[in-house]
Design a protein around this ligand. Structure first.
Ligand code: 4AD
Ligand code: MG
Length: 462
């Protein structure tokens, strides 16, 4: 007797094979002489049809209950499956009163309603599908980097820096200060307030500076981990805790080297999902995404991404300005409406906007020769807007020193300047928002439906 996942059992094309299937009851049809249930254990989108003869049926087998079924596979006379499981033994592991269970069988449930039940959400088809797609996307991203000679680095979650300089950091200290011991040999340290760390510590907003350290020895590296921002914008593309994929490359010739990696990473990931998780992908295109999502994603796969310098992007937006309520002047950052318009204008082909004004990018961005703009990029995709942000990093000691001084960061980031003193190299990198990538590929309207446990302003349940 083998206990297999439903996914494995569904591959069985052999009558009389004995199997033990476990899972939750997804549908239940009671007829006079027989009961049909569909059982799913989360291993695949499809469920296993189980036939329960009347003598085995009992009223504990309900929608939502968890069951263990032993029996034999038989050819199915009905539609929808080639084989089904004829139960010989069935036990209910955990009962479920369908009247109390917040989700009802077969009904299409609004995502906002489901979000109120984060602890039961994985039981819905659309969310278990999301979890498999999230897993497959994670694998695809690692595969891309591993096949392209990038080393995976665990950058820290606790850090003393605010890489983006946006002041959106969460600070960290123990709740119970009494636990911090007095250090009798140092009066300085015993002064109040008592701190666990000697310096203020934050949750990371980006692992970039750490990756820059590594790239100064291991030329190509990446991370993929949780990232935290006290972002006050409660909208459909921001989370307070999200996953960022960041890559850093040394000995780059120009920003174009960075763009090529971004573009090939995005395309590789889409292709991998199509190859490894197509049934879940199709489920999203059929039931969740807007009508043309699959076409939009295919366009991103088939067409070369467009490069538009920021200055030209502003000109395009100025032309539109007459009727457009979101005016923009050179020097201002793009808003989501501008980003969306630029992609629409470009026939839904993703757009690299490059060379932003220096004043709206962080201290580390490399100056262009005009000194007004920096060698930087945002990748814009349909509906979502910014998916990736990257720059060439300022590798020249004197220029960086000046910038750090201007931003009053020299004291804190002396070590960062040091990297430019000992074998500095031209280098660049980028950060890709993992949940925004899922939003784009799957056509998910709200970012909170791309992550198992969403955190955003006012929301940190569970
Ligand atoms: O553009 P950002 O702020 O760039 C950086 O942090 C760089 N240090 C990355 C690097 O060069 N290593 O963030 C990168 C991406 C954004 O383009 C966006 O997709 C995502 O991270 N992102 C968020 N995703 C969800 N919720 C938020 N609050 C996000 N903030 C940024
Ligand atoms: Mg950005």
């Amino acid at each position: 007797l083998i206990r297999n996942t439903i996914k494995d059992i569904l591959k069985c094309k052999q009558s009389d094979a004995t199997v033990n299937a476990t899972g939750w009851v997804k549908t239940l049809q009671v007829h006079k002489n027989v009961t049909f249930i569909k059982v799913n254990d989360g291993s695949s989108l499809s469920s296993l049809q189980v036939i329960i003869p009347p003598e085995l049926n009992n009223n504990e087998i309900t929608f939502g209950s968890s069951v263990s079924v032993e029996g034999k596979m038989i050819e199915s006379p009905g539609q929808g499956q080639d084989y089904e499981l004829l139960a010989e033994k069935i036990s209910v592991c955990g009962t479920c009163n369908p009247e109390e269970f917040p989700f009802q069988s077969r009904n299409k449930i609004p995502v906002e309603y489901v979000r109120d039940y984060l602890h039961l959400r994985p039981r819905t088809n659309f969310f278990s599908s999301l979890l498999r797609l999230r897993n497959a996307t994670t694998n695809a991203i690692h595969k891309y980097f591993q096949e392209n000679d990038f080393l995976f680095i665990h950058t820290p979650i606790l850090t003393s820096n605010d890489c983006e300089g946006g002041g959106e950091v969460f600070s960290v200290e123990p709740h119970n200060k009494d636990l911090i011991p007095e250090l009798s040999d140092s009066e300085e340290e015993n002064k109040t307030p008592k701190l666990f760390f000697r310096n203020p510590a934050n949750l990371t907003v980006s692992g970039q500076l750490h990756l820059e350290i590594i790239t100064g020895a291991i030329s190509r590296c990446y991370n993929f981990g949780p990232t935290f921002r006290a972002d006050m914008s409660v909208d459909r593309t921001h989370l307070a805790e999200f996953y960022m994929v960041e890559a850093e490359m040394a000995f780059t010739k120009s920003l174009e080297d960075v763009l090529e990696v971004i573009e090939s990473l995005v395309k590789f990931t889409i292709r991998e999902l199509q190859n490894t998780c197509d049934d879940d992908l199709q489920f999203y295109y059929k039931y969740v995404a807007p009508k043309d999502q699959q076409k939009t994603v295919q366009t991103a796969l088939d067409k070369a991404f467009t490069r538009i310098p920021y200055t030209d992007a502003v000109k395009i937006l100025e032309k539109k300005n007459k009727k457009f309520e979101f005016k923009i002047r050179w020097g201002e950052d793009l808003k989501r409406e501008h980003e969306r318009y630029l992609v629409k204008y470009n026939n839904d082909i993703p757009v690299f906007v490059t060379d932003f004004p220096a004043a709206i990018k962080p201290f580390y961005a490399r100056d262009n020769d005009d000194t007004q703009t920096v060698s930087s990029v945002d990748l814009l995709v349909p509906e979502v807007g910014e998916l990736v942000g990257g720059t060439m990093r300022e590798e020249r000691y004197d220029v960086l020193k000046n910038k750090l001084q201007q931003h009053e960061l020299l004291e804190n980031l002396n070590w960062y300047l040091d990297l430019r003193k000992f074998g500095s190299v031209p280098h660049g990198g980028f950060g890709l928002g993992f949940e925004r990538m899922l939003q784009f590929i799957l056509g998910i309207n709200n970012i909170r439906d791309t992550i198992p446990f969403p955190r955003s302003s006012k929301h940190c349940k569970l």
